[in-house]
Design a protein. Structure first.
Length: 184
């Protein structure tokens, strides 16, 4: 009887302990939520027949989003790089739809005042096939109509010519990632 009661007390202590931890985690999550999304990450996964992969981080600071990325497995030179409407990966990358364009503007360069929100221009791979990307942008956002959360990041076969409509004639899709909420 005494042993049973002891075991019951121990089990109860365990439950209370777990409850407190879960509550603390919940409070932490609530606090982060109240401040909105601060960081997002897209892991680029190669499409069929491609070896292109990479990791892109998006960090929001003062109304701007900083984009940092490393992409490997490319042919040397320029490759179109955009945020597309949908975030789903598929073998040919076509499940991502067209460029993310909530403002109904024309395709343009990343530096253009009017452009698709998703127009991030080109990345440039070196002789080893590696491209690094560093930019700060005021079109991208983590909330509202221009939120990129859950949308797709696409690396293209060819250079984005920055003028052809609707997508810069950048050719096939070599890697696709989904913009996911990351721990701040
Ligand atoms: Cu694209
Ligand atoms: Zn575009």
């Amino acid at each position: 009887m005494t042993i049973h009661r002891g075991a019951a007390v121990l089990a109860l202590c365990g439950l209370i302990g777990m409850g407190a931890q879960a509550r603390a985690q919940h409070a932490e999550a609530k606090k982060a939520e109240a401040h909105g999304v601060a960081k997002a990450v897209a892991i680029l996964i190669p499409t069929k027949g491609s070896k292109v992969e990479g990791r892109i981080t998006f960090t929001e600071e003062g109304g701007k989003v900083k984009v940092h990325g490393v992409i490997t497995g490319l042919t040397p030179g320029k490759h179109g790089f955009h945020v597309h409407q949908y975030g789903a990966w598929s073998e040919d990358g076509m499940a991502t739809g067209g460029h993310f364009n909530p403002t109904d503007d024309k395709h343009a360069d990343v530096t253009a005042p009017m452009r698709h929100v998703g127009d991030l221009g080109n990345i440039t791979a070196d002789e080893s096939g590696k491209a690094t990307l560093e930019l700060e942008d005021s079109h991208l956002s983590f909330h509202g109509a221009s939120s990129i959360i859950g949308r797709g990041v696409v690396v293209h076969e060819k250079a984005d010519d920055l003028v052809s409509q609707p997508s810069g004639a950048a050719g096939g899709r070599l890697a696709v990632g989904t913009v996911a909420i990351a721990q701040p």
